[in-house]
Design a protein around this ligand. Structure first.
Ligand code: MN
Length: 291
């Protein structure tokens, strides 16, 4: 089985705040050649590394009402809990270990906050927000919302740990989320010394983010905490070994290979469609959501 090598390892960039609740390091799209096209269909990745927030009982911290069109937002909670509401009627709170998968598609308004419960006590907060691009034919489909609790995420045992299959598949085990194109989203949860072998088609865009601990990929590439490894578009198989108790997010997807026109919260295929998104937003076609 040919080896999929590490193309580069990126350290987290200086954090910035999204609203007042999400202290994030942006990895996609960023410098170092990591464009939306390079990681297609994963067009955006913000990582909130583990950070302690004091209590904020009177006003939960977060991001107010804003629109999205043309893709899906996926939030994975590693510490703390996030509340979400959207104009499509989707909403709820995700706790540590849960995943929120919102298909914005033709357009929603939403807001994202630390949950009320978390805001009362404060505590450690850590999460990933990803944007998964939609195929052109699905960009204007009906919005939907998948609340995926940790208990419903299949877990496949590996040496010294297990793989959570959020989407796609691992060793023939299918994931919990439904997707519009081939997307694999896995959490490897490994004890010290635990090891997993991962295989994806060579042309799938693939990356690894170390959420907890530290790992070695293919026996040679050290990937420390909060670092991101971009895997090469060659070879199919790689190994991840934990040098201490670790959690690793693994993403791999078939590139859509369609034109990307992106502006702020809208990701479409042409500039005309972006203009149309702004017009529709101003005309109130994204629905109504109270601040
Ligand atoms: Mn959003």
């Amino acid at each position: 089985m040919s080896v999929k090598n590490v193309e580069m390892v990126l350290a987290p960039r200086a954090p910035h705040y999204v609203g007042d609740g999400f202290r994030v390091h942006n990895f996609i799209p960023s410098g170092y050649g990591l464009t939306m096209q390079r990681m297609d269909p994963f067009i955006f990745l913000d990582y909130a590394s583990k950070f302690h927030f004091p209590p904020s009982p009177f006003k939960p911290k977060g991001v107010g009402v804003h629109p999205h069109r043309g893709f899906e937002t996926v939030t994975i909670a590693y510490n703390g809990s996030v509340a979400h509401h959207d104009s499509g009627g989707g909403g709820g709170v995700i706790q540590q270990g849960d995943v929120q998968w919102m298909t914005a598609a033709s357009g929603v308004l939403h807001k994202e906050y630390h949950s009320e419960e978390f805001s009362k006590t404060g505590g450690y907060f850590q999460m990933v927000q990803l944007w998964v691009n939609l195929p052109a034919k699905d960009k204007m489909s009906t919005p939907k919302y998948q609340a995926i609790q940790n208990a419903s995420i299949p877990k496949v045992p590996v040496e010294g740990g297990f793989i959570e299959v959020i989407a796609g598949e691992y060793n023939s085990q299918k994931g919990a989320a439904s997707t519009f194109s081939p997307v694999n989203m896995l959490n490897a949860k490994l004890e010290k010394g635990g090891e997993a072998t991962i295989q994806f088609p060579s042309h799938y865009n693939t990356c690894v983010l170390v959420i907890e601990g530290e790992v070695i990929i293919n026996g040679t590439e050290d990937v420390p905490l909060d670092h991101f490894a971009l895997m090469a578009n060659e070879g199919v198989s790689f190994t991840i070994k934990a040098t201490e108790k670790s959690i690793v997010l693994i993403l791999s997807g078939e590139p859509l290979n369609e034109p990307i026109a992106s502006h702020g919260p809208f990701v479409m295929n042409t500039r005309e469609q972006i203009m149309e998104a702004f017009q529709d937003y101003e005309l109130g076609k994204f629905g109504i959501l109270e601040d």
